[in-house]
Ligand binder design. Sequence first.
Ligand code: ADP
Length: 580
Amino acid sequence: MKARIKQILNADIPLQSRLFQLLSAIALAEFVVVSVYTILSGGNTLHIAVMLIGTALFGATVALTFQTGKMRAGSAVSGMLYFLMYPLTFFSSGGMYGGAPVVFAFALVYVYLVTQKWERVLVLALCIVVSGICYLVSVLHPELLDRHTVTAEHVESFLSILLVTLLICSLFAFVTSVYRAENRIVQKQKKEIEGLNQAQKRFFSSMSHEIRTPVNAIIGLNEMTLREKIPSEVRENAQNIEIASRTLLQTINEILDMSRLETGRMELTNSSYKTTGMLSDVVGMTWLRAKEKGLDYRIEVEPALPSMLNGDEARIKQILLNVITNAIKYPKTGSVTLTVSGRTDEAGTFRMVYDVTDTGIGIREADIPHLFTAFLRVDEQKNRAIEGTGLGLSIVKQLLDMMGGMVTVTSTYGEGSTFHIEIPQAVADDTPVGTVDLKKAERPDAPDKPSVLFFPNLKILAVDDTPMNLMVVKKLLRETKARVDTAASGEEALQKTLENRYDIILMDHQMPGMDGVKCLHKIRNQENGLCCESKIVCLTANVGSEIEQLCMREGFDGFLAKPVRGMTLSAEIKRLTDER
Ligand code: ADP
């Protein structure tokens, strides 16, 4: 009995099988009680015989069902047996005056719950028809009813009510136990998913950090090589190392962004920015590639555009860079045109409109709906030689969705494509930008161009637990003539800030022992410290707007992501010294 109950409550056994066990046990109990009652109350021999045979057959069917595991067939046969015994039970127990009506109700519920699919419809229909016929016959031929004494009929009715009460209570207890078990499983799974999410988050952020640290060294030291007077073959090798490292970095960034978007951790950071500043950054980062490919890069900016906008400048740049890079990457010859305009929509919201048109390979009409699917690269045959992960446009689409923007594509296969992007932006200053020549802003930022900034009077402290990173910073700043000291930990930095007055401190974020944020606070509040007022920049391989926001909130004066270029580092130092 205990083992049966355990089985019925065992969540590993299919629900239908457990329900069949429970209801069949109740039905069998009913058959046994009715048989015993019929014998004790002196029922006729035929009735007793039929009851006993029916009980035995029903019990055997249930047992056989479990032995063979043929649940569907077994439940249908047991349902049929039930209804075959209907008429006999009905007429021999006084029809509607005895316990038969309640037993009928139980039988219908039993059939409905244990049978499946078309057998359910069939057996249920037969049961209803048979019970209807029983009632009809008993009305037309009441003499066929084997009426019992009033006392016996009351006893039978009472027993039937007990049976149905037992059924309802057992069902309710069963459903409650199923619900509790399911709930426990859901809670467990929820915990597991949360754990997995956390683990994924940790994995991606440590993966990003662990990969960026050596890439920082590769790019930084390679930049130093490119600054030297070197044979052309060595220069070519170093330039290829630069390209490969940047591609690796781009891939890491895309995987990180995708993970953030998928787990809902991507956040937009809105602030005011200069329209032309943003555009010239984008052009500055793409023109060299177009030039190297011999493409004509045309830029048309509507003079009436507002000069200051409010939005997530970094993410808008990322969207434009992705689409423009594709427009440069896929064509072999011809031109790339960036048209920038603005419009106010029906709701009165100002929307920046960017059209990027190329005269490249074009995209098949059937492929256009798949362009924004992550990891999918269309027209693989043609694009085999062009590097890419197939993540870029998916990220573009998801970022635009977050911003309430949109992207559409029109293309003629073999001729070229136009990516039309609209982004709602708040206007921070509606003074028109006027005629702008973004090409003037072409800032090659090329690694082989020497840094032109000099800070001979500046004292800089670089804090990082990775010796290679310290070496890279020192070398990147060598030509600026600044004095660069290094510290391999927060503790060592605090020692140095007691002895020297540094103008700028470049601080790593993630360090064993004292991390960058803790060290920043200690420097700011250091007793007898000489650098409480120094400009402190977070220079970290942990990237993402949330890290940047955290650093700025904690009180850093600037934020730079590794790997950093010599020029970017110098520009940040200049910005901070100008601020003083
Ligand atoms: P990928 O890293 O492969 O460039 P994207 O998500 O940026 O990934 O682009 C997805 C696919 O869309 C590309 O593999 C390419 O087949 C197609 N595609 C994107 N932009 C263009 C374009 N300007 N011309 C032709 N095909 C394009």
